[in-house]
Design a protein around this ligand. Structure first.
Ligand code: BMP
Length: 260
């Protein structure tokens, strides 16, 4: 079974990982493989954006530590909006330390991420202790992580060897790993979901090394299952219409891929 040719619906039954199953289910039900990167710095902006884009997304990605006015109320509100619009919450924390440290970062500090984020990102660099550390905090709640295996930024050090190591780590820890952040078709395994950031139409880069491709290229040429769009939506005059547009483009490309 080649990941690129399978429907999201059929892939749900290839895994027992609870967050993967939920995400495949949402993607099929909402016909959306769009994740919005909600990189805003005020709680009110985050909640307003989540309300606007909620109907069109399968996932909302946060960088919770950029909020200048973080409070536990904002994550409570965000959870309510996620239930209302049926999307999952993904904190892009990029954990990258030894297991013991990431466990305390995940389940403590001001953010207590394990309490509200369905998914988090990890770097593969430390080895799989990072995954085991996070997994030890889940205490029965449906939680999972995504391995940042290949980056969108120019000059990234994610070599082919590194990517292979990340794939092996995912296979050996598939109870907690749901997939990869990547820029190419790094895994054929239908259980794993490939998330691709650096997606924007009509813009190829920013001034700090970000590199963009269109949603169509991400899905058809690079093997993305889920496209992650930040400023293409958040900086648009109308984030709601922009989200609708990206959702339709990305899902159309996915439908072409599975039928071609
Ligand atoms: P934008 O579309 O505005 O460039 O935002 C991209 C988002 O995806 C950011 O939140 C960034 O942290 C994240 N990201 C990325 O751009 N490239 C990667 O390789 C990994 C990421 O998580």
């Amino acid at each position: 079974m080649d990941r690129l040719k399978c429907t999201f619906e059929s892939r749900e039954s290839t895994t027992v990982q609870p967050v993967s199953r939920k995400l495949f289910n949402i993607m099929s039900a909402k016909q959306s493989n769009l994740c919005v990167a909600a990189d805003v710095t005020k709680s009110a902006e985050l909640l307003s954006l989540a309300e606007k884009v909620g109907p069109y997304i399968c996932l909302l990605k946060t960088h919770i530590d950029i909020l200048s006015d973080f409070s536990t109320e904002v994550v409570e509100e965000l959870k309510n909006i996620a239930v209302k619009h049926n999307f999952l919450i993904f904190e892009d924390r990029k954990f990258g330390d030894i297991g013991n440290t990431v466990a305390t970062q995940y389940s403590g500090g001001p953010f207590n991420i394990v309490d509200w984020a369905d998914l988090v990102t990890v770097h593969g660099l430390p080895g799989d202790g990072v995954i085991k550390g996070l997994g030890s905090c889940a205490s029965g709640q449906p939680r999972g992580c995504i391995i940042v295996s290949q980056m969108s930024s120019s000059g990234t050090l994610t070599s082919d060897e590194y990517i292979k190591g990340c794939c092996k780590m995912a296979e050996e820890n598939a109870h907690f790993v749901i997939g990869f952040v990547a820029q190419s078709n790094i895994s054929k395994d239908p259980r794993f979901i490939v998330f691709t950031p650096g997606v924007q139409s009509g813009c190829t880069s920013d001034v700090l090394g970000q590199q963009y491709v269109t949603p169509r290229a991400a899905v058809l040429e690079r093997g993305a299952d889920v496209v992650i769009v930040g400023r293409g939506i958040t900086k648009s005059d109308d984030p709601c219409s922009a989200a609708k547009h990206y959702k339709e483009e990305a899902f159309k490309a996915y439908q072409e891929r599975i039928t071609s």
